[in-house]
Design a binder for this molecule. Structure first.
Ligand code: BEZ
Ligand code: FE
Length: 298
């Protein structure tokens, strides 16, 4: 077959990718060709615009390494990450809603005892975080691993300033006690712009969008027999709740970072200065649900 033109090229490519032996690869390849050809037909790019598109993707790829994930940012800012998340977490009653992982998660963060202060050398308003982990609509889960990470009060994560601060901070893993409870101290995080000094930042600017996320604390919670939960809790009242650049905010994930006076905190620590208190009770889906929906189990 040869002499393809505007009218025949799409079917010709579809016919060729149908040779794929693997069913899923065939399905994905066909959909990719159909949608990309439809996109090009709708846009009708000039040759220069097509080259600019290739250059944008090339620069996005060139900005990916073990510290910077520009392609994940692209997926996040176009709402693709949240769409994938929504498809994979059709949440049953009682389970905590999910949201994007983001690029600042670090595997195997240091484990700390309950009640530890994980702020390291960072300065900021003290924040007490408390909560429980239970099976969705059911019993508390003892020994669940609660992985947490958040930004400082200028909106930067530890991994963005490791050269200056020298060590990980504002991130840790805890294990829930026999009643499924956890608690720790840190500093209050601030709203922050996602890294926008690369191609994704330029795209946001061209689209007339800001790069900000509302203040939040990330959680990844794992317990045997349950699906690992990836979510965050957002600060009530934050000005960016309705315009999060990665579309990650859900009402059920918003909580008050409540201002508390100096004195004895609920976990017994004597506080000489006022502090903030955030509480969230998490519900995890059972694995049987994971098998039905094709999700990854803990
Ligand atoms: C974050 O919350 O850490 C994040 C999520 C998506 C893109 C950039 C940052
Ligand atoms: Fe974040």
């Amino acid at each position: 077959m040869r002499n393809f033109d505007e009218a025949t090229i799409t079917d010709a490519v579809l016919q060729r990718v149908r040779a794929a032996k693997d069913d899923r690869i065939r399905q994905v390849s066909e959909a990719l060709v159909r949608h990309m050809h439809a996109f090009v037909r709708e846009i009708e790019p000039t040759q220069t615009e097509w080259e600019a598109g290739i250059d944008f993707l090339t620069r996005t790829g060139q900005m990916c390494d073990d510290k910077r994930h520009e392609f994940i940012l692209l997926s996040d800012t176009l709402g693709v990450s949240m769409l994938v998340d929504a498809i994979n977490h059709r949440t049953p009653e009682g389970a905590t809603e999910t949201t994007v992982l983001g690029p600042f998660y670090v595997q195997r963060a240091p484990e700390h005892p309950l009640g530890a202060d994980i702020s390291g050398t960072m300065e900021g308003a003290p924040l007490l975080v408390t909560g429980t982990v239970s099976a969705a609509g059911g019993k508390p889960l003892a020994g669940a691993v609660v992985d947490v990470w958040h930004s400082d009060n200028d909106g930067y994560y530890d991994v963005q300033q490791l050269d200056e601060i020298g060590d990980l901070a504002m991130r840790a893993r805890f294990r829930t006690d026999e009643n499924g409870r956890f608690w720790f101290w840190s500093i209050k995080p601030a709203a922050y712009p996602i890294p926008h000094d690369g191609p994704v930042g330029k795209m946001l600017e061209a689209q007339g969008r800001h790069p900000w996320r509302p203040a939040h604390v990330h959680f990844m919670i794992a317990a045997p027999g349950h699906q690992t939960l990836v979510t965050h809790v957002f600060a009530a009242g934050d000005p960016y709740l309705d315009s999060d650049v990665v579309f990650g905010v859900k009402d059920s994930l918003i909580r008050e970072f409540a201002g508390m006076p100096a004195g004895t905190a609920v976990v017994g620590r004597e506080m000489a200065q006022p502090y903030y208190h955030l509480n969230y009770d998490f519900g995890l889906k059972a694995n049987s649900e994971a098998r039905r929906t094709g999700e990854r189990a803990a």
